[in-house]
Ligand binder design. Structure first.
Ligand SMILES: Cc1ncc(C[n+]2csc(CCOP(=O)(O)OP(=O)(O)O)c2C)c(N)n1
Length: 363
């Protein structure tokens, strides 16, 4: 195991003290360390994080540190290969990558697949990396960084689950009061048998599974986006085009922001049967509760200008049934923002039998 301070010190020694990235559960301690620090930007997706880093390097000549989960490596590939690459602009970067699905670790199917190819991806990208498990590995990482500095290259490290010692005590900050479980229960009770839900990665899908089981609400079919963060609205859009059934898209604010442009496609091309619900807790709750900085966004103005015809907002239990009903029954393309608490539940179920979930959803 390693202390987060020892990793940060190596970066400091190399004059790298600017951080940007997308939060990851394995790298929670790094997020905690960076909380409220000025030289840190929480990016909306990993490609943006790489690009913020590139801009930072161009203006300072200092090497930025970019952190992400390995699932985000795919988002990062475009600017990594077509801007930062040695044979393009040759821009030095330091990548800290949380390695979900690393060998011999029991993880969810989507992580296992990405975990298997993570090293191959780095090899293909010609990025030198080291796997950090202990203090000795930190030394190896330091020498990769030195080389990267000298040759204007990218240096990376892979960090497995449980490698970073817990040094901060975490208290999740709830921006809003409405209990998410309560909202989901009322929503599910208001759906008819024909409705279909497409829900985002993070806690949302797992909470829907939980609420269905706990209250025995078996109406409708669900498709849980266990991966592909940020693409929930696009899958829902594609699905909704060829059906008259009500399609309920349930997204998190982190996921909504990750590929915000997709909401424009929904606004331009979505039919009235597509019902978009944003569960806004202002955080990346499921990977540690880091802020998404969503709180200052005027979502009503944003979604209206992107093509949604109606905007609804729920912040409390007051008139919740009535509001849900008018949203669901609206004849125009509608957006519902629900301001909810972080998840209060422990041991949420995980969607595991994914092919079966797909089969039921498509039946
Ligand atoms: C491309 C990608 N980057 C990062 C992650 C790690 N990740 C999983 S859930 C999550 C936060 C999602 O936030 P939000 O949509 O607000 O849902 P919440 O966690 O609050 O339920 C993140 C960053 C991921 N799964 N995929």
């Amino acid at each position: 195991m390693i202390e987060i301070e020892s990793l940060v010190n190596i970066l400091k020694k190399n004059n790298s003290d600017f951080y940007t990235g997308v939060p990851d559960s394995i790298l929670k301690e790094l997020s905690m360390y960076l909380q409220n620090k000025k030289n840190h930007i929480v990016a909306t997706n990993e490609g943006s994080a790489i690009s913020i880093g590139i801009g930072y390097y161009l203006s300072t000549k200092k090497i930025p540190v970019i952190y992400m989960q390995n699932s985000g490596l795919s988002n990062a590939i475009n600017p990594l290969i077509s801007i930062a690459n040695k044979n393009v602009y040759s821009i030095p970067l330091i990548l800290i990558i949380g390695w979900r699905g690393s060998p011999n670790i029991n993880d969810e199917p989507q992580h296992v697949e990405k975990g298997k190819i993570t090293r191959n991806l780095l090899d293909l990208l010609k990025i030198k990396y080291t796997i950090i498990e202990n203090a000795k590995d930190l030394k190896k990482f330091a020498s990769i960084i030195k080389n990267a500095k000298k040759n204007n290259e990218i240096a990376a490290c892979l960090i497995k689950k449980g490698t970073i010692k817990k040094s901060f005590s975490r208290k999740k900050i709830n921006k809003f009061n409405l209990d998410k479980e309560y909202f989901l229960k009322i929503l599910l009770e208001n759906l008819n048998k024909k409705s279909q839900i497409i829900s985002s990665t993070g806690y949302n899908s797992r909470e829907i599974m939980y609420v269905r089981k706990k209250y025995n609400i078996r109406n409708g079919k669900d498709f849980y986006m266990v991966g592909g963060m940020g693409h929930t609205s696009s899958v829902a859009l594609g699905y909704s085009l060829n059906t008259k059934k009500k399609i309920i898209c349930i997204d998190g604010d982190g996921s909504f922001l990750m590929h915000l442009g997709s909401i424009k496609s929904v606004g331009s091309f979505g039919s009235n049967n597509l019902k978009y619900i944003l569960l806004n807790n202002n955080t990346h709750d499921s990977v540690g509760g880091q802020s998404t900085f969503m709180n200052n966004v005027n979502i009503k103005k944003l979604t209206n200008s992107l093509g949604f015809k109606n905007y609804y907002k729920i912040t409390s239990k007051l008139d919740i049934n009535k509001k849900i009903k008018s949203f669901l029954n609206s004849k125009k393309l509608s957006f519902l923002e629900v301001c909810v608490t972080n998840c209060k539940l422990k041991n949420l179920p995980r969607p595991i039998n994914l092919k079966n979930i797909k089969k039921i959803f498509m039946s």
